[in-house]
Ligand binder design. Structure first.
Ligand SMILES: Nc1nc2c(ncn2[C@@H]2O[C@H](COP(=O)(O)OP(=O)(O)OP(=O)(O)O)[C@@H](O)[C@H]2O)c(=O)[nH]1
Ligand SMILES: [Zn+2]
Length: 353
């Protein structure tokens, strides 16, 4: 599908600081990501015409720019160009790291994004590229820039084309009888993985959906509960004799490692995990559990028992056709560093803790 190839090229361009185009149903937007731009790239981009700034609705709301009406639909707010809206000012609008230190320039004026579908797709594309959701933007196309349609961006990470790419026996410390299964999609670069423990015994498998957390899974971070949850899930599945751990490549609840570390830096300034995500311009939780449902289907498991405290995982799987016969609580003892994080999950994101 050439549309998906154009999305992949656009993600690559965004990471490299090259311009890209998103074709909306009514009109196209030319875009240059604020994070990866430099003054030379910006000057080239501006040679095509004056550029406004596109921010996610969450970031605009944090800055008290724009309002719900403007944010409705596309999930993006466009800030009209002004002489003082240079690269430095754009970085200050995009990156919350300096929010408390530097007062905003301005005044800034929010205008309608123009092509709401393309604007919303741009915000999603920034997340897929692991970049801050902020672009220099102008109407129309740019020669030689990748130009996916907004609909292709929206469909980009849908799990329909996921297949099992490879599987092999993998004895692990917690379970000698285990098999690793790698999944691949023609559309996406990331590879999700399942660890199937034991052998089907007729009962619904005990399943854990684990979203990637480099800091917790590899370094034993005490800021979250991911590492202990991963270990405990493997132990509990092994004790049952049969089950599946899905290792989902959804680092930082889907915003990527760099953006998660930005969220951690904001947490060091006193914001909680929810407010940090929103301040960066992202949804509180950017994950879609449809991919997990597809993995379970490919493994032939449509009825499961799910280890989680997160009702959104149960709802996401159910909406995608998986029957969750039982939710099995999976709470870990808190430590002094993750106590606040766990309290926020309980109080603000509906976790049953
Ligand atoms: N953006 C962001 N992501 C975080 C933060 N702390 C942990 N994460 C990520 O959150 C995800 C943790 O997901 P899960 O272990 O599936 O936990 P959960 O959604 O709380 O649900 P259960 O553990 O199943 O109850 C991982 O991708 C972590 O990288 C944070 O402060 N900010
Ligand atoms: Zn973690």
């Amino acid at each position: 599908m050439s549309g998906l190839r154009d999305v992949a090229r656009a993600i690559d361009a965004a990471r490299r600081g090259w311009p890209l185009v998103i074709q909306g149903a009514a009109r196209a937007l030319s875009l240059l990501p604020v994070e990866s731009a430099d003054s030379g790239r910006l000057a080239e981009f501006l040679a095509g015409g004056a550029a406004d700034l596109l921010l996610s609705a969450e970031r605009a709301a944090t800055l008290k720019l724009g309002n719900q009406r403007e944010a409705a639909g596309g999930g993006a707010v466009r800030i009209a160009h002004a002489p003082w809206l240079d690269l430095d000012a754009a970085v200050a609008l995009a990156d919350p790291a300096r929010d408390l230190a530097t007062p905003l320039k301005g005044p800034y004026r929010a205008i309608a994004p123009g092509a709401e579908d393309a604007a919303g797709a741009a915000i999603k594309l920034a997340r897929l590229a692991g970049l801050l959701p902020a672009f220099f933007v102008r109407d129309g196309t740019t020669p030689d820039a990748p130009a996916p349609g907004a609909a292709a961006v929206a469909a980009y990470d849908s799990p329909g084309r996921l297949v099992i790419a490879s599987r092999a026996r993998l004895p692990v410390a917690q379970a000698e009888q285990a098999e690793i299964v790698a999944f691949r999609s023609a559309d996406e670069a990331v590879e999700h993985v399942a660890l199937v423990i034991g052998a089907p015994n007729g009962a619904p498998p005990l399943v854990r959906l684990h979203s990637e957390c480099l800091t917790g899974d590899v370094f034993g971070s005490l800021k979250c509960d991911c590492g202990p949850q991963l270990d405990a899930a493997l132990a509990r599945i092994a004790a049952q004799g049969w089950g599946v751990l899905l290792y989902l490549r959804q680092e930082g609840r889907g915003i990527g490692l760099v953006n998660k570390l930005r969220a951690y830096a904001l947490q060091d300034q006193g914001f909680d995990t929810v407010d940090a995500n929103v301040r960066l311009g992202f949804a509180i939780d950017a994950r879609d559990f449809g991919v997990a449902a597809r993995m379970l289907e490919l493994l032939g498991q449509r009825r499961i028992r799910l280890l989680t405290n997160n009702p959104a995982k149960v709802a996401g799987l159910s909406a995608a056709g998986i029957t969750v016969e039982e939710r099995v609580a999976h709470a870990m003892a808190p430590n002094p560093h993750n106590h606040g994080y766990l309290a926020t999950k309980r109080d603000r994101t509906g976790h049953m803790l």
